[in-house]
Design a protein around this ligand. Structure first.
Ligand code: SF4
Length: 180
């Protein structure tokens, strides 16, 4: 049932031309993971490798996300990951506000269908998309429109700033109850 609904959303995404990003998309990057997740991760936007493969968090940031998921002690069935927009922004730029807004109905449909226990916003762009106008503290969970959300560092930020890895682990340790 969930899978069928998810496939319907995926088909809509594949043919979408609602914002200019469809022009730079080779593949639509819809999501990766379980259709019955406890944790729903939201990243920023598909990069070059994601655009070529159609797989979110492919490459270095993906490896860092895998490490994070392992540290969280999540199994394969426990999580799903997507981005604020499903098409690659040219020159790897950040998605613009109008593009995020155009794509948001797809993000919300995914969340409603999958009904995760917690949404983890990976960085500021995910925060801007999911709860515009709110400024969350890193690592501090809050309720937003009836769901628990938690803002953590984007895995790409952990690659270049090793001190953030320790802080991220502390955030995870402090919040394990949210997905256990
Ligand atoms: S980014 Fe989203 S709204 Fe824009 S064209 Fe792609 S699927 Fe449609």
């Amino acid at each position: 049932m969930v899978e069928a609904g998810y496939e319907t959303v995926a088909r809509e995404i594949i043919k979408c031309t609602r914002c200019p990003l469809h022009k730079s998309a080779i593949r639509r990057v819809i999501g990766k993971g379980s259709c019955n997740p406890k944790v729903f991760f939201i990243g920023e936007a598909p990069g070059k490798s994601e655009n070529e493969t159609g797989i979110p968090f492919y490459g270095r940031a993906g490896k860092e996300l895998d490490k994070m998921i392992e540290y969280m002690r999540l199994s394969e069935e426990d999580w799903m990951v997507t981005n604020t927009v499903k098409c690659h922004p040219p020159e790897n730029r950040k998605p613009r506000t109008n593009e995020i807004e155009c794509c948001k109905p797809f993000l919300l449909s995914q969340i409603i269908l999958l009904n995760p226990k917690i949404i983890i916003l990976l960085g500021n762009t995910a925060e801007k998309s999911f709860c515009p106008g709110r400024k969350l503290e890193w690592g501090v969970p809050v309720e937003h429109e009836g769901r628990m959300i938690l803002k953590l560092y984007h895995p790409a930020a952990l690659i270049y700033t090793s001190s953030k890895k320790e802080i991220q682990r502390a955030f995870i340790d402090k919040n394990r109850d949210l997905w256990s």
